[in-house]
Design a protein around this ligand. Structure first.
Ligand code: UGA
Length: 433
């Protein structure tokens, strides 16, 4: 089937490449012509394992195209996906400016009736608004049908998730559109759930809010474990064996970041508030997440003293999670300036995101993509992202390279016993030291 995808950001690019991979002919449209030029050279504009190869293969097979020209991109397309960003506004609500603009641009170039699929995460009710917006702008015989098809991919494992996801949700009131979308998605071989539009929009927010709740819950348990002498890893394991709870998203740490959980939890609180519903549970989830970084800072201060002047601190990991260079809402954006404020000499390591982190954080630290360089002669190391190379590092490496082997681990990368045996003063989250 011929498909157009508007927006080549994270969701749009992965969607376009995946739809081409399962046999559709896809044209991705983006108003940023520099981006289109890069993509047309077969170079992905985001870091995502496996994406480049899949993209190049489908371009070579003439199933995947990129253009800044709406008319060309929409030519003979039966379905168009809207996958532009919905960033957070200062009040926490979702900013729909890009979605509206893309809808207007689309309306200006429609030459035949289309199914418009909204992939972007949008507040409940937005699909209807976008349908009305487009249909007001086009002649009667060009009216579009709208469908909601939220995205559940995780950054860093987007390709794997596309082909091994738990479900595909299709929300539409139009049975013919539901049929077409079922046909498009069938080759993925995943369970497909058909719902009404508002429920589909809500599934996306409710899923992210629930996962964020699991993380904040286990972080609160971890904080309590520290006080009571229990080990949160064992507690999570024991909880996760109950299939009603499940083992995933029970990893205690420095809290969640990224472009989705912080933004979507805030947006859902806002949306609830707009409808006179005080979503107290979710507000607490957000607050617990914020506190988690403060608690790690307190631990560092308790051990090293509030004044870190003259101390060399290695920060290990800057991206919000491994396998991505994404720094959005990364704990490092709070932790690095806070540590700098206390006078520490900071050397910050990330295998992929150190360049991007340097652009965002500037002069407050020296940035490197060599872990040895960060650890050499350091008085203390603070782990913020559990990159595989950090996880795999032998405890002896800390001992050998650092001046004082003091390690604060915000991601529980190591066994406290092993670290102790190696002579490291080791502090993690929710486990006995
Ligand atoms: C998240 C959801 O997992 C996806 O299903 C969803 O499609 C996506 O948001 C989105 O809305 O676009 P993502 O933000 O890429 O995906 O990353 P996750 O792997 O979910 O991690 C989010 C954050 O939670 C990270 O900072 C991670 O370190 C943290 N986390 C995750 C924990 O602290 N503990 C855990 O047990 C799991």
């Amino acid at each position: 089937m011929k498909i157009a995808v508007i927006g080549t950001g994270y969701v749009g690019l992965v969607t376009g490449v995946a739809l081409a991979e399962i046999g559709h002919t896809v044209t991705c449209i983006d108003i940023d012509s520099d981006k289109v030029k890069t993509l047309n050279h077969g170079i992905p504009t985001i870091y995502e394992p496996g994406l480049g190869e899949m993209m190049q293969r489908n371009m070579q097979n003439a199933r995947l195209f990129f253009t800044a020209d709406y008319a060309r991109g929409l030519d003979r397309a039966r379905v168009v996906y809207l996958a532009v960003g919905t960033p957070e506004r200062p009040d926490g609500s979702a900013n729909l400016d890009y979605v509206r603009q893309a809808a207007r641009d689309l309306a200006a170039h429609i030459s035949h009736p289309l199914i418009v699929v909204i992939k972007s995460t949008v507040p409940v009710g937005t699909n209807y608004k976008i349908q009305r917006l487009i249909n007001r702008l086009v002649p009667e015989d060009m009216r579009v049908t709208i469908a909601s098809n939220p995205e559940f991919l995780r950054e860093g494992s987007a390709i794997h998730d596309t082909f091994h996801g738990d479900r595909i949700v299709i929300g539409t009131d139009n049975p013919a559109a539901a049929e077409v979308l079922e046909e498009i998605n069938r080759p993925f071989g995943l369970p497909i759930l058909h719902t009404d539009i508002c429920s589909s929009e809500m599934i996306k927010y409710a899923s992210n809010a629930f996962l964020a709740t699991k993380i904040s819950f286990i972080n609160e348990i971890a904080n309590l474990c520290e006080k009571l002498g229990a080990d949160v890893e064992e507690v999570a394991q024991g909880m996760g064996l109950d299939h009603r709870i499940g083992p995933d998203f029970l990893k205690a740490g420095i809290g969640y970041g990224g472009s989705c959980f912080p933004k979507d939890t805030h947006a859902l609180v806002q949306l609830a508030g707009n409808h006179h519903h005080d979503f107290n549970l979710l507000k607490s989830v957000i607050e617990v997440n914020r506190q988690q970084q403060r608690l790690l800072l307190e631990k560092i201060e308790n051990r090293l003293g509030g004044d870190l002047a003259g101390k060399r601190l290695a920060v290990l990991g800057l991206a919000f999670k491994p396998n991505t260079d994404d720094m959005r809402e990364s704990p490092a954006l709070v932790m690095v300036p806070e540590l700098a404020k206390r006078g520490a000499d900071l050397i910050a390591y990330d295998p992929i995101a150190s360049g991007r982190a340097e652009q965002l954080l500037g002069q407050v630290a020296v940035f490197t993509n060599h872990v040895d360089e960060a650890l050499r002669e350091a008085d203390c190391a603070v782990i913020l992202t559990d990159w595989p190379d950090i996880r795999k590092m032998e405890p002896e490496t800390y001992k050998r390279l650092m001046k004082h082997a003091i390690v604060f681990d915000g991601r529980n990368c190591y066994s406290p016993n092993e670290m102790r045996r190696a002579g490291i003063d080791y502090y993690s989250i929710g486990r006995p030291n």
